[in-house]
Design a protein around this ligand. Structure first.
Ligand code: ZN
Length: 316
């Protein structure tokens, strides 16, 4: 199917002014070859009311949004489409407050829940692993807070970053929270995000040793003076660049108000936008996000509030 998306907010407004228009668009993304029954894979259906379909072979009733992040929503799709446009059309995305205010949503919680559902759609199922030469490093995100008794409370999260070397620039990236900088965590991250055969470029942290046994080449750039920050940036410039952009985004757009248990989803949003930073049209991001939203399981509010530190979240 040719990639078909609105290019401007005017096109969005004209094209998606009714529920039927939104549903027809979702239909073309979910079933580009025509209806497919999610239960029996049959391809013949009756149209029922309110955009529902009944499978002619197994009588299963479903809608185009069943099984997706839109399942069970009480709000119109026209509003969702505008929320998605806000998220993709701005360089740094949108915060929940932003979405709530612009769309006039009654509750902050609704805007916050929508954003988290959309973040879940930002990881494409079965996406490729990184390849070629890949820089890998860890960084702390978040700040120390003064506890009530004056002692420092640790609220920093450890994030690993993998960035493909693309000549002097950066190719694709992958990010994930890890519990600690042990060999198990770092090797686990690399195995999940980088294809065997790649050259992994790290600093001299001993926990990275042994990557050869996992099918990678390992290139180590050791610092002469461990405290020399500028030298560290020169050795692994790409991961440091990504880390500083990530921190700026979390502090700016989200004002640092990201709890460690939700951080993984913010990393997904950052990665989604970063890896598509060269798309010339914002509408193409809109298309990609909706296309991926048609492929994921629904995320009920409860599972979003619980957050996830589950390492399988980032398995490929
Ligand atoms: Zn069926």
């Amino acid at each position: 199917m040719a990639e078909d998306y609105p290019r401007t907010i005017m096109e969005l407004e004209q094209r998606f002014s009714t529920e039927e228009e939104c549903r027809a668009y979702l239909f073309s993304l979910r079933w580009p070859e025509g209806f497919r029954c999610p239960r029996c894979d049959g391809n013949d259906s009756w149209d029922a009311s309110r955009g529902r379909y009944i499978c002619r072979s197994c009588r299963h009733q479903c809608s185009v949004t069943a099984g997706t992040i839109f399942e069970g929503t009480r709000k119109p799709l026209t509003l969702w489409f505008r929320a998605i446009w806000l998220v993709v059309s701005q360089k740094n995305g949108a915060s929940a407050v932003n979405i709530q205010q612009v769309l006039g949503l009654g509750s902050y919680l609704t805007a916050w829940t929508w954003l988290n559902k959309l973040r879940r759609a930002m990881v494409r199922p079965g996406r490729e692993q990184l390849a070629g030469r890949v820089e890998v490093d860890e960084t702390y995100v978040g700040g120390e807070e003064e506890g009530v008794d004056g002692r420092k409370t640790e609220t920093k999260s450890l994030v690993t970053i993998a960035a493909e070397e693309n000549k002097t620039g950066i190719g694709r990236i992958r990010l994930a929270c890890i519990p600690n900088a042990t060999r198990k965590s770092l090797h686990g991250f690399i195995r999940a995000t980088v294809a065997p055969g790649a050259v992994i470029h790290t600093d001299g942290l001993p926990a990275y040793r042994g990557l050869e046994n996992l099918g990678y080449s390992h290139e180590v750039s050791k610092l002469i003076c461990e405290k020399d920050k500028k030298a560290a940036i020169r050795l692994l410039p790409r991961v440091h660049r990504v880390a500083s952009l990530l921190k700026r985004w979390l502090d700016g757009t989200h004002q640092g108000a990201v709890s460690p248990r939700h951080l993984d989803y913010y990393l997904d949003e950052f990665t989604f936008r970063f890896n598509r930073r060269k798309f010339r049209s914002r509408g193409k991001l809109f298309y990609r996000l909706l296309q991926q939203a048609m492929q994921v399981e629904p995320a009920p509010y409860k599972s979003i509030v619980g957050g996830s530190q589950n390492p399988t979240h980032h398995k490929i």
